[in-house]
Design a protein. Structure first.
Lengths: 166, 418
């Protein structure tokens, strides 16, 4: 049985107690996207400001949720702020791959290929995000950890769809 | 003396615990403290044995074979219908329809009665505290038929506000109300609502998923027209529930699902429905599950439903005072403060620790509580929370379980202390 210390790492608790990039952005111009975890009622609202060069100029998180969803969202904003959409998508892929050990097969649209292990994804160093690795030992909580990442992917997808429609 | 009953009205919980094999389980050195019976209860040995025995000795499809074991299976299955009728004070087994669960029972009424008898423009009166099972079927009916939905509000203490009931009933064809909130624990004045509804010529469906397992149920005293509940919350198996309905209403309602069993005759261009209750039971029914439900009813009847209710009232009172005395303002409890007004469900928040995290920490000491929106998102919004923690009690819970819950809160505070 996995211990609580595997889940509630100090760095996770730190992001939970002092969330980074908490708040809202004027929308528009920022893109506002909501994500829900139907299991527990967690809601995340992302405000993503993508500059003309496709870089995440600013990102804010609102909503409510457990320590895992909130800390994951906080770490996610810190990780993607200032990155290009392509880089952020790589991070999303890498993070979801890390979380996919149990989620694979559960999540119909989980797009993590079977053979992707963390270091294989574009040589990305996930840094602090590695602290969330313990979540995979608590399969029910994986959706908490991936909520904000899926919501960010949704923001990019909708931005792309919007651009295509323009 | 029935097993588990020490004297008169009082449950002997130590003996009851021995009836539930799962409670012998240890998790990481901790005994299993199961405080999520409002979601689904555990099963006594008697129920498991009855289902095993049925499969080992009697199983055949019901209402089809003329051979001995098929007749035995049919008699056993139909016998449970009578047990259910007696357990809920129904006049006859003919009004007892077996469904998959309470949710399907409510969907049956929404589809069959809703489509057949609720004209567009009619209203359905619900409450703000309904489980999604007694909300979404009506939202679907609104989309399909254009019926209007109205809601009895809840006050800050989790009671229904009935001041405006008569006016809200104008033009209402059906009232669907929970007998007991799965979040707040509130025991609703169903008989009063039903009387007012009938005076306004509306029929009344009671979502009794949370009440039938925990207290004496009498459909005549409630004055309802439909009653829905699930076996798995009352010591029985998953996969079977009950819709009880007044026979004249069931007779007049169109069938729900089509298939075998629910027909009298089928030709290539038409079909004739079977009599009630079989008209609503398409396909091979959950036979072993019905046997299990029968054993559960027998088990609960031996304990005595009055004793069950009194045990849970006393334990809930103890839980409320323990939470208040030990944790003070750190705990916010939802629902009526008086244990006499509520069932054995205590929803709460603790400090600003998310219920998911509370549940996770409690799990590490073997304590199972529910965390989330409890399939009642509108009610969560009403109280301005995304989620609550919920401890719910049943016949096998005792004060030591409440202590384990309380200790778990302290442990969570240590982890999440700011």
């Amino acid at each position: 049985m996995a211990g609580l210390e595997d889940l509630y790492r100090e760095i996770i608790l730190d992001h939970y107690r002092s969330p980074r990039n908490r708040g809202e952005l004027p929308s528009p111009p920022a893109r506002r996207v909501e994500g829900f975890n139907p299991l527990c009622g967690d809601e995340v609202v992302l405000y993503v400001d993508i500059d003309p060069s496709g870089r995440v100029a600013d990102i804010k998180v609102a909503g409510q949720g457990c320590s895992i969803s909130q800390s994951s969202a906080s770490m996610m904003t810190a990780a993607v702020k200032g990155r290009t959409e392509a880089e952020a998508r790589d991070l999303i892929r890498a993070f979801k791959a890390m979380m996919s050990i149990h989620e694979r097969g559960l999540d119909a649209n989980g797009d993590a290929p079977d053979d992707v292990s963390m270091p294989a994804v574009a040589g990305l160093d996930l840094g602090e995000l590695e602290a969330l690795r313990g979540v995979v030992k608590f399969p029910v909580r994986i959706k908490c950890a991936t909520l904000s990442w899926n919501t960010l992917a949704q923001a990019f997808d909708e931005a792309g769809a919007g651009a295509a429609a323009d | 003396m029935a097993p588990g009953v020490a004297d008169g009205m009082k449950l002997d919980v130590a003996r009851v615990k021995k009836d539930f094999p799962i409670l012998d389980r240890e998790l990481d050195g901790h005994r299993l403290v199961f405080l999520d019976s409002a979601a689904s209860s555990q099963k006594p040995r008697a129920v498991l044995d009855a289902m095993d025995h049925y499969y080992a000795t009697t199983h055949a499809n019901v209402h089809r074979g003329v051979y001995t074991i098929a007749e035995e299976a049919t008699a056993a299955y139909e016998g449970v219908r009578g047990q259910v009728a007696r357990f809920i004070g129904a006049p006859s087994p003919r009004g007892v329809v077996f469904t998959k669960n309470a949710t399907e029972a409510i969907n049956l009424v929404a589809h069959s009665y809703g489509r057949g008898r609720l004209a567009p423009g009619k209203a359905v009166l619900l409450t703000e505290m309904e489980h999604h099972a007694n909300l979404v079927p009506w939202l679907m009916l609104r989309e399909e038929r254009g019926v209007e939905l109205r809601f009895l509000p809840v006050d800050d203490d989790g009671r229904l506000v009935l001041d405006d009931l008569d006016r809200q009933l104008e033009g209402v064809g059906l009232v669907a109300v929970t007998a007991m909130s799965n979040v707040l624990g509130t025991l609703n004045p169903v008989a009063r609502i039903a009387a007012a509804a009938h005076a306004a010529a509306a029929v009344v469906l009671v979502d009794a998923a949370q009440s039938v397992p925990h207290a004496v149920t009498d459909v005549e005293a409630l004055g309802c027209d439909f009653l829905a509940f699930s076996a798995h919350k009352m010591c029985g198996p998953t996969g079977i529930g009950v819709l009880w309905g007044r026979e004249e209403l069931l007779e007049a309602m169109p069938a729900f699902l089509g298939g075998g069993e629910m027909i009298r005759d089928v030709r290539l261009d038409r079909w004739i429905p079977n009599d009630i209750p079989w008209k609503f039971e398409a396909g091979t029914p959950p036979i072993a599950e019905a046997i299990g439900l029968g054993a559960a009813i027998e088990y609960l009847t031996e304990l005595g439903m009055d004793a069950v209710r009194e045990h849970e009232r006393a334990l809930t009172a103890h839980a409320l005072s323990t939470l208040a005395d030990r944790h003070g303002d750190d705990v916010r409890v939802f629902g009526p403060p008086d244990p006499g007004e509520r069932g054995g469900v205590v929803s709460f928040t603790y400090r600003d620790i998310h219920p998911h995290d509370l549940s996770q920490v409690l799990d590490s000491s073997g304590v199972c509580i529910r965390a989330g929106h409890h399939c009642a998102k509108p009610l969560m919004r009403r109280y301005g929370v995304g989620a609550t923690a919920r401890a719910s009690f049943y016949v096998y819970n005792d004060e030591a379980d409440v202590q384990a819950l309380s200790d778990g809160l302290v442990a969570a505070a240590e982890i999440f202390a700011v």
